[in-house]
Design a protein around this ligand. Structure first.
Ligand code: FES
Ligand SMILES: [Fe+2]
Length: 361
């Protein structure tokens, strides 16, 4: 298992950015343990606000895990979450949504200042829970994608149901490399006659524009065009036009250094400016299934590969080196992010079809 240090990505073992940590429907007022970025955390929905709350899991009193308990009476009685606050199952210390202890039931001497849990910025959007992760503890310096299609069912969009694909024993660098990988499309995914392939780097955004034929997905002369972009290191979105517009999301979230958890989801606009019928929703599900089948082709390579600490890159490969420089900005203190952005910002064209105009906006 190769680590951030093995790839020479930067001093922070885990990247800064927005990351998916749960499917919203799975988060309730029953606290659940979540493990990402080498850390144990507790995730629950406040009974007061209904908002998801994410705190470090180990109580500062005696380091008991707040979420891993089923037998304490406070848990069995359903008294652990009060409003947006949560009590430790050991001695009942209560922490508010910011992680500050605001009640020690038996204390006659107040509450120690150091009685607090680290809290994290979380957003619930498009049926998913995202967290902002930053080893420096800073506020977000770029936005979570809007994912507004989720709220446009009246225009014909069918909401996604994210698939949890489990963990891969690889560093996410190997997944990010896919953005630069022009040469895998034909042998892996069945693309034919690639017409154009371009990467665009713009601060925390890395984009891939790709147009080619395909063995089965389009008619013989037609182009399959995708516009794919990362917003930070953890969230990939891919827009495809064609018969029905679709938006695919692939999220990678580090579990520990060298291991990553992956989610997959697709929304498609299969109805014409009305709430999708059952039949139209089924078409969107078929988009999900065919996208997942394509992603499984990448997944199988990742499951069994060795780490490519360096790529034996040839001139006709895509710009792996640039993708890796772009990725390094998230493993360095944010004060240095601009250095890495400046080294790659702009367009890198690996293949521009003769006389072709880039067609994907
Ligand atoms: S260990 Fe949490 S209240 Fe004592
Ligand atoms: Fe791929």
């Amino acid at each position: 298992m190769a680590t951030t240090a093995d790839y020479g990505l930067g001093p922070n073992a885990f990247p800064r950015g927005w990351f998916m940590i749960a499917v919203a429907a799975d988060v309730s007022s029953t606290p659940q343990a979540v493990h990402f970025f080498g850390k144990e955390m507790v995730l629950y929905r406040g009974k007061g606000s209904g908002r998801p709350i994410l705190l470090d899991a180990f109580c500062p009193h005696m380091r008991v895990h707040i979420a891993k308990n089923t037998t304490s009476y406070i848990v069995r009685d359903g008294m652990q979450v009060e409003g947006d606050s949560i009590r430790c199952p050991a001695h009942g210390w209560r922490y508010n949504s910011k992680g500050q202890c605001d009640d020690i039931p038996y204390s006659t001497h107040g509450i120690p200042k150091s009685a607090c849990l680290k809290s994290y910025t979380v957003e619930e959007r498009a049926g998913c829970i995202f967290m902002w992760h930053d080893m420096e503890g800073g506020a977000p310096d770029f936005d979570l994608p809007a994912l507004s299609e989720w709220d446009r069912t009246g225009e014909g969009w069918v909401r996604w149901t994210p698939d949890h694909l489990g963990t891969l024993p690889i560093h996410p660098q190997e997944i990010l490399d896919n953005m630069s990988d022009i040469a895998h499309f034909a042998p892996v995914h069945g693309s034919t006659g690639t017409v154009y392939f371009e990467n665009v780097y713009d601060g925390p955004i890395m984009r891939q524009r790709f147009g080619s034929g395909h063995r089965t997905l389009v008619d013989s002369e037609a182009l399959l065009e995708t516009d794919t972009w990362y917003t930070g290191p953890g969230i990939l979105l891919c827009r495809m036009e064609g018969k029905h517009p679709s938006l695919m999301m692939i999220c990678n979230t580090p579990v520990k250094d060298g291991e990553v958890l992956v989610w997959f989801a697709v929304m498609a606009k299969t109805a014409d400016n009305h709430q999708p019928t059952c039949e139209e929703a089924a078409i969107a599900r078929a988009y999900h299934e065919s996208g997942l089948a394509a992603f499984a082709q990448d997944f199988e390579l990742w499951q069994h590969k060795e780490p490519a600490i360096s790529v034996l890159q040839i001139p006709d490969d895509g710009p792996f080196h640039k993708g890796r420089i772009w990725y390094r900005q998230f493993f360095h203190p944010r004060a240095r992010a601009a250095e890495f952005q400046a080294r790659v910002n702009g367009s890198h064209v690996t293949l521009r079809g003769k006389g072709e105009v880039m067609q994907v906006a």
